[in-house]
Design a binder for this molecule. Structure first.
Ligand SMILES: Nc1ncnc2c1ncn2[C@@H]1O[C@H](COP(=O)(O)OP(=O)(O)OP(=O)(O)O)[C@@H](O)[C@H]1O
Length: 620
């Protein structure tokens, strides 16, 4: 709760709205005990007294009634009706939306067509019609406002529920034998409550306005009862001669609606989990850089990463995802970056082109040099011109990176034309050639397919073709074969290997599978807890792993035809990068660890085969 309030008040306008609304609600609650005139007490001798008159701070109306008192009682009534209408519309609308979205089929059709019919009328006409049938009065105005707003909630919530109803956790609940009522109450409703709260918080102001509108027309509260709309309606005839009688309720309506809307926006933002995790809705175009100075280059290379540090700053917590990582990639070389989930491989790869989302990501140190030019802190335009053209990425799940509504050919054409001024026809020809290069059969026809029409392996070939679209020098492949079965995985690896040879591509290949590294990579770097713990030629590391972590990682890979042996899982879990232990991060899971391992930082030592360990394997 305190986190929610902190996030809410971080948005200054929402904080202002909360304070203004809080004061108004408090005054409205205290109205019965405040020393005010009676709101309906008339005194025609004192008609239209100006504000600041004796005994009448805001003056009086056409019947000599005290405006301050009527304002307070009227505000109380308008707020109560607005909140009640929002609650009724929100609950009924949500219930209809949940039922229609969850059960689908005929239930959905019948209820939604009813809702559509309600929506087909202009809402104010519908409200007028309802009040005309029920008769004027505040309760009937409340019913009318609630009814005309039900379709808004029903439609929104139905959409959200349809999205949830087919999710795996609902299937799991069904498989576990839960009934519909239980699934609705325990699985669906908790997921839609934030949406209902957000929709209600942003529509209360609107409903207060609608109720005031009906009262203004004489269909809501009836004389002598005051609400803000009826006060405005009664003041209409004296708009010029006694403007204060209109201004007083008008300003109050403005304050209430404005503060409710500002607060509603703030509540919506504060309930957004991305905001809660520190990732404010709009990430910057490139990763934020807070670096003292660039370290000197430690050598040559097409791509050199020197002492890179990337962190996530979430509230007061600092996640050291990448901690002084150094790597280098030569033209035509394949470097494997391997480690368990969460070791920092993807963040390292994304830092290269400033693609880590900020906030919360921050590059706090190091350098990334492409052909000698430091890219850390480079302007967005520079990075944009290099992204795709010099360095291209292939991701694990092409279905989430390919646009679902465009033909794959068109997406390739777009990728080509981002960097090259070629005609559509030329780009199309190139796109088909690229699809042929990645060995997609019948490439011309396949260019017209949508991503969902292709198999996982074919989609990943399209992902590779996208990466090749601008003939880059470097491809960063982030677990591109993890989601594929072994035969397709072998085909994709063979394809990457051929492309590397034919085009002289340098590849940074991220994986957690030493088997894949053995097949494809010349060199390998092993990551653990955001640091490189071992690096060297693949054959050398595979034959004689020096770090106990590498050794255990290799032992996890089953060997075909290697006879029956126990697969050695690594006990324990990787460390949380916001609370790394002192010394070696692997020490808590290492059976060779000594006291010294837990004391100070350990250096990466060695020449071509480097290791960060005080007691490496094989050493006497
Ligand atoms: N937005 C974020 N906020 C806080 N921590 C984050 C955020 N994104 C990533 N991290 C942390 O950074 C660390 C490195 O994550 P990264 O995705 O690079 O791991 P990885 O080795 O690529 O794992 P995987 O193989 O599962 O993709 C993890 O511990 C992760 O929890």
């Amino acid at each position: 709760m305190s986190l929610f309030l902190r996030l809410l008040f971080r948005n200054k306008l929402a904080g202002f709205g909360a304070v203004v609304l809080g004061v108004i609600v408090l005054l409205a609650l205290l109205t019965p005990i405040l020393p005010l005139h009676l709101p309906n007490e008339t005194n025609t001798a004192n008609r239209f007294l100006r504000p600041m008159s004796e005994g009448h701070l805001l003056g009086t109306d056409h019947l000599g009634r005290d405006l301050l008192s009527r304002l307070m009682w009227g505000t109380r009534l308008s707020l109560a009706v607005g909140f009640a209408a929002a609650l009724v519309a929100g609950l009924l609308g949500a219930a209809i939306g949940v039922m229609a979205g969850y059960f689908g089929g005929r239930t959905d059709n019948v209820t939604m067509r009813g809702v559509d019919m309600l929506m087909a009328f202009p809402y104010i006409l519908l409200a007028l019609a309802i009040v005309a049938v029920l008769g004027p009065g505040l309760l009937n105005a409340l019913i009318a406002v609630a009814v005309v707003n039900i379709p808004f909630f029903a439609r929104n919530i139905r959409g959200v529920t349809v999205g949830i109803a087919h999710r795996e956790f609902i299937d799991a609940a069904k498989l576990a034998g839960m009934g519909h009522t239980r699934i609705l109450l325990t699985e669906v409703v908790p997921n839609i409550v934030p949406v209902v709260v957000i929709a209600m918080s942003t529509t209360i102001g609107w409903m207060i306005l609608e109720t005031a509108g009906l009262s203004f027309l004489g269909l809501g509260s009836q004389p002598p009862q005051a609400d803000l709309g009826s006060m405005l309606g009664e003041a209409r005839s004296a708009l010029i001669t006694a403007p204060h009688t209109s201004i007083v309720p008008g300003v109050m309506i403005l304050l209430i609606v404005m503060s409710v809307n500002l607060l509603g926006d703030g509540i919506r933002d504060a309930l957004d989990p991305r905001l809660r995790s520190g990732a404010l809705a709009r990430p910057m175009a490139t990763t934020r850089v807070e670096r003292a100075e660039a370290p000197a280059p430690k050598g040559e290379g097409l791509l050199r990463i020197d002492d890179l540090e990337t962190q996530f700053h979430v509230g007061s917590r600092i996640y050291k995802a990448v901690n002084k990582v150094s790597l280098d990639l030569k033209p035509g070389e394949c470097l494997g970056l391997i480690g368990e989930s969460g070791s920092g491989k993807s963040v390292t790869a994304l830092s290269v082109m400033g693609l880590v989302a900020s906030p919360p990501g921050v590059i706090t140190g190091g350098a990334v040099r492409l052909e000698g030019r430091d890219l850390i802190g480079a302007p967005y335009e520079v990075l944009r011109s290099l992204r795709g053209r010099k360095v291209a990425y292939i991701f694990q799940d092409p279905l989430s990176t390919l646009h679902p509504l465009y033909h794959i050919g068109d997406q390739l054409i777009e990728a080509i034309r981002v960097h090259e001024h070629v005609t559509h026809a030329q780009a199309h020809e190139r796109a088909v050639k690229l699809l042929e290069d990645v060995r997609i059969p019948n490439a011309g026809a396949r260019a017209k397919a949508y991503p969902h029409e292709l198999s996982g392996g074919m989609r990943q070939r399209v992902g590779i073709a996208m990466a090749l679209a601008n003939d880059p020098d470097i491809i960063i492949a982030d677990e591109p074969t993890t989601a594929l079965d072994v035969t397709v995985q072998a085909q994709i690896l063979a394809l990457l290997s051929d492309l590397r040879r034919d085009r002289g591509l340098a590849i940074l290949f991220i994986t957690h599978d030493f088997g894949v590294v053995g097949q494809l990579c010349d060199r390998v770097a092993v990551m653990y807890g955001g640091r490189i713990v071992e690096a060297g030629d693949t054959a050398e590391v595979l034959a004689a792993p020096a770090h106990p972590y590498t050794k255990r990682l290799i032992a996890c890979v089953p060997e075909l035809g290697g006879g029956r042996r126990e697969l050695a899982a690594i006990p324990g879990l990787p460390p949380a990068v916001d609370d790394l232990p002192a010394g070696c991060a692997f020490a808590p899971r290492c059976d060779k660890a000594q006291t010294a391992c837990r004391a100070d930082e350990i250096d990466l030592t060695g020449d071509t085969h480097k290791v960060r360990c005080l007691y490496p394997e094989g050493a006497s």
